[in-house]
Design a protein around this ligand. Sequence first.
Ligand SMILES: NC(=O)c1ccc[n+]([C@@H]2O[C@H](COP(=O)([O-])OP(=O)(O)OC[C@H]3O[C@@H](n4cnc5c(N)ncnc54)[C@H](O)[C@@H]3O)[C@@H](O)[C@H]2O)c1
Length: 437
Amino acid sequence: MSKQMSHLDNIPSTPGKFKMEKSAYVHHRLRWHSSLAKLTFWSFMFMGMILIFFFRSPSSNPLPQDPSRRSLRTYNWGGPAWEKRVRSSARIRSRNGISVLVTGAAGFVGTHVSAALKRRGDGVLGLDNFNDYYDPSLKRSRQAFLERSGVFIVEGDINDSALLRKLFEVVAFTHVMHLAAQAGVRYAMENPGSYVHSNIAGFVSLLEICKSANPQPAIVWASSSSVYGLNTKVAFSEKDRTDQPASLYAATKKAGEEIAHTYNHIYGLSLTGLRFFTVYGPWGRPDMAYFFFTRDILKGKSIPIFEAANHGTVARDFTYIDDIVKGCLGALDTSEKSTGSGGKKKGAAQLRVYNLGNTWPVPVSDLVSILERLLKVNAKRKVMKLPRNGDVPFTHANISLAQRELGYKPTTDLQSGLKKFVRWYLNYYSGGKKAAG
Ligand SMILES: NC(=O)c1ccc[n+]([C@@H]2O[C@H](COP(=O)([O-])OP(=O)(O)OC[C@H]3O[C@@H](n4cnc5c(N)ncnc54)[C@H](O)[C@@H]3O)[C@@H](O)[C@H]2O)c1
């Protein structure tokens, strides 16, 4: 949008305005003619631009770098057949089941959470804009996998209030599992707007609809361990400071927590934030180290091993996806109802934040050694200084609060989890894309 507007802004509002005055009648007529010609010319140009603007289909010609174009994408939704699919996907099939709107359902965590909820008989409806931050065909494969288990993913953006309102009209969701976001720290150099679009504006747009819904749903949303930023006190506890973000991603996640507090306080929405610590596993994200290390080791390409200051080790509290899913379900199951109705608060509502990690940081060089053993290929390691573009040297979770209140207890060590990831990876990329689930 901004690109188009800046073109239009360059068009002089009064064409011919800077022409020199020559006073005589003939000149006046001539000027009138030339002004008319210019006016006609600019009118055609203007109409042409408008036509180009409307007819350039975003799906056939996407501009991945421009987040505002994403918000301009038009999606097909609505109609009786569509509503039937929405209702059927969200239908509760077990006693005491819940009906959950899962945003970011075609994403890594969203796919696993949606499948787990469906398996236990809950109603699940997905929502995702299938953006191209990473290979959208992986998102389409996850969609196909979920479709086979009876989960329908509505294609749309969380900023589309009309769509969200419609979804709440069709289904009285008891819960929202909000996982749609712009993830990753490095992409901020390329496309800072996408973090604001999805992690801030999109979150507000979703909360606005939830606050007005009747009944209001309880909301569980993904925050991130990145809010601990450059903290050196370990292990990271929920009570620690979160005011030193090291990336735009972290800053928007931190802002998300403030926004959640506000909606809880003003409108009585029940909100639970989950601070995930480096989640990995089958159907994972190609922008994450364990994923592209696997790809590059297999290709014989060298892989960067980052080193902190003074040859310090870079370590991560890697958490296996099945453990994260249990934490998400635990959070949904212990959520209390929102207390407001019709956009008005009726009483205090639940507000919680939990770490979901694995309590055992592993040096990234160990991760590479495990991958080498599993892939039976030696990696070409290239040791490099940790760039100052948002990555922190280590993450380490204290999970006692989630253990106590959600029954969260991670059980998968990195070796076993990576084994499952590698099996999935080899199957998926050797042509078994459909069967990989
Ligand atoms: N995977 C991790 O290690 C990790 C760690 C910390 C936090 N998180 C958080 O967990 C959540 C899920 O992460 P993930 O790893 O599954 O990421 P992901 O990128 O695989 O999934 C996010 C999904 O949201 C969708 N999306 C993005 N913006 C949208 C919008 N405006 N409207 C509709 N859909 C939109 C994307 O298309 C994508 O499918 C995110 O909030 C992420 O920040 C993940």
